[in-house]
Design a binder for this molecule. Sequence first.
Ligand SMILES: C[S@@+](CC[C@H](N)C(=O)[O-])C[C@H]1O[C@@H](n2cnc3c(N)ncnc32)[C@H](O)[C@@H]1O
Length: 405
Amino acid sequence: MLRQLKTATYASPTLAIPVNRLHRAHCTSRRQAQWLTRSSKSSTDADVPKQQQEQQQQQPEQNPQQQLQQLVEPQLDASKRRQLEDELRDPKNFLEYFLPRPLRLAFFGFSAASTFVAALISAAQLIQEPALLAAATGGAQNLVINVIGLLVFGGLFYADSAAGEARVEQRRQLRQAQIKSGDREVFRDEQGQTMSRLKEVDDDWIARRLERWGKRDGMPFLGPKKAAIIQQLLQQHQPQLAVEVGTMAGYSAIKIAQVLPPGGRLVSIEKDLSWLLVAKRFLWQASQGEANKQRSTPLGSTVDVWWGDAVSKLPEVASKYGRPIDFLLLDGTPKETLAYLQAAEQHLSPGAMVVADNAGVFAEGGMKPYLQYVRGSSSYSSRYIATTLEWRDDVEDGLEVSTRL
Ligand SMILES: C[S@@+](CC[C@H](N)C(=O)[O-])C[C@H]1O[C@@H](n2cnc3c(N)ncnc32)[C@H](O)[C@@H]1O
């Protein structure tokens, strides 16, 4: 299975993506899961430049968004962030576990101080008795050994304390990057000190995480712009049974599930087992947190992920749920889009909304038969919502939104 993940490629609208990046993404996520267990950890004003702290104290009426804008520095690039994530982990090697930094510094400092004193004593002896200079042992030899000891222990003390400070600074930068990305929140404690803490993992957290992954590796997730359009459509349409073709990592499933009406369900169909497993994991994570406990049904429980080819699975959905499909998102293989619609067509409710992704970039390619069909059919009223390709503001794309008449 791992080999399959490493060698498979996914043909995205813009490029072929080696799915071995998926494996890397797993690792990042595991690391982040470690953070979760530390999510109650708060950080202090040290994260916040002093000048900014003063500004905040002078303007207590600022809203959290304004505060946050003031706190963040330019966003770290992905590799720097990954490096910093690594820095957050436990001590790096056996020595660091065995002898923590404060003990090491005490040892190096004490050794440097004692060799310094010993070097002074040796030098004083030589001044008092210059004849010792010629002696084979003691005298000059003691002085040389103590000076070398001083240099070695002094050097170790300096290097270790500098490494400690660098690590503290890296953690501070990481916290600022987390504030900027929205994973960390800024608050004032009871004493009025500005603090920050990691937010709980919930659906928004996982969606942001998938967006970062998508942006970094050009993954063909819907992306925030199209997801916002679809959420708006769903809020107007209020479907009880929604279906999507193409789960991938579960990004669009999370976005859809977030706005389903009470009692609404989403069936997400994915033919690739590797992606199905990835999506199930993210959907589980997206169901955590306080916000999910407040829901009548946790987000993950409103989504059923089905494994199989959508063309054969779509006709089964309506009978399985005992009702027609109210909303259908087609985001699988572009050239199969018409086949998906035709497989579901008999099971759409009157007024059902069908949304097809990539109706812009593939308008003259794989999506052409689909677009001709919905635009030319008297069974549909169809319109095109223009936007841009996920992660690319310079590439035009759009959603074809068709209503079953
Ligand atoms: C563009 S991605 C979906 C992205 C996802 N909707 C999102 O926004 O996060 C396309 C996915 O559709 C799946 N897929 C392609 N053809 C399919 C089919 N015939 N049946 C089910 N899934 C299919 C692919 O394996 C891939 O994971």
